[in-house]
Design a protein. Sequence first.
Length: 391
Amino acid sequence: MRTTVGIIGGGPAGLLLARLLDRAGIDSVVLEHRDRAYVEERQRAGILEQGTVDALRACGAGERMDREGLVHHGIELRFDRRGHRIDFPSLTGGRSVMVYAQTEVVKDLIALRLAEGGPLLFEAEAVAVEGAEGDNPVIRFTHEGRERTLSCDIVVGCDGFHGVAREALPEAERRVYERVYPYSWLGILADVPPSCEELIYAHSPRGFALHSMRTPTVSRLYLQVPNGTDPDDWSDERIWDELDARFAVDGDWRLERGPITQKSVTPMRSWVTEPMRHGRLFLAGDAAHIVPPTGAKGLNLAVSDVVVLAKALEHWRATGSEDLLDAYSDTCLRRVWRAEHFSYFMTTALHTDPDQSPFDGKLQLSQLHRIADSTAAATELAENYTGLPIG
Ligand code: RFL
Ligand code: PHB
């Protein structure tokens, strides 16, 4: 097999890149390790930044999102038993976010690729990238029980945190930056209408909680739990009781309960590998960087990486110039590090570190009050949350 751009991974990064290349008339092949149902049902992100929404619309993948997605103009920060609303449009010159699940973005992009685009192979596992230093890199992969190779002009590793593409970057050239947090998230999906119109990020003496949503009838909620927590140790009743305790406010507010349909635990990590390119191999999305989910940035970073890369590839095909490809890693990393800082900030401001002192707890509350009381501090949060322009 031969193609111009070989894409490893059919998550949001790989699928969107393939769509952007289809639209630019550049052929590509997507290799996805898992089957279609697995990729379409994997529960993950829920918040799309303005730039992500714009990018999906611009490539013709925004039709169902515009019909079913929920536009949100703010979030609530809840602490000291009170809610404080952060209004995005007034603080950012009109920006907002969209609640539209990653599962739905992935379904839309897969449907478009299969209907209008080049090959997308499921259950095709890349095992190695070879020859990234030359003009003809090759992906070795297995599909339908056979070992195969895909020859490419360019290879893009969109294969997530556990992928193989970045192994092809020489050890001596790779730098890794990492922080692991001393807590995880227990996430649930529940068949109950959300108890709020906008997301609630709650700081409480018992730990962090987040109220999010998927649709007007499905709620998504998260609880900070210790690392190593087994979700089976948390009965449905225990989960609702703990959510109740962490969201408690003075005054009228009730958390509606309903049947829990999914439960899982996710560890929290910040992690960046640099550079995001080696020769003809490029990395995008979680293959190059991970953020803790508190800032809702992971999917949005995957989208901004591939928007930058698709433009650079288009420029290279049209002019033969590698200028934008050469700039790719630095262009992306600037945005990546901003999102890393914001995600770290949101995480450490809102979670209770098991080793934190009463002094640390007081500083956290002071920081949260500052955001609630100061337009400057709230603007800083709103600009980061709604996302910087891509490019
Ligand atoms: P993905 O989605 O991990 O996709 C990688 C794909 O590569 C495949 N793969 C391979 N294919 C072929 N050969 C191999 N050797 C392969 N190895 C792996 C995998 O099967 C998979 O299909 O990475 P991508 O595309 O970079 O997308 C990144 C996002 O998925 C991720 O950053 C977000 O989900 C993070 N995230 C959130 N991001 C947001 O922007 N907003 C949010 O609200 C948000 N909430 C979240 C999140 C992540 C969470 N978890 C579970 C980590 C909430 C949670 C709980
Ligand atoms: C989600 O809806 O899954 C979600 C929302 C906001 C976050 C993280 C996850 O910060």
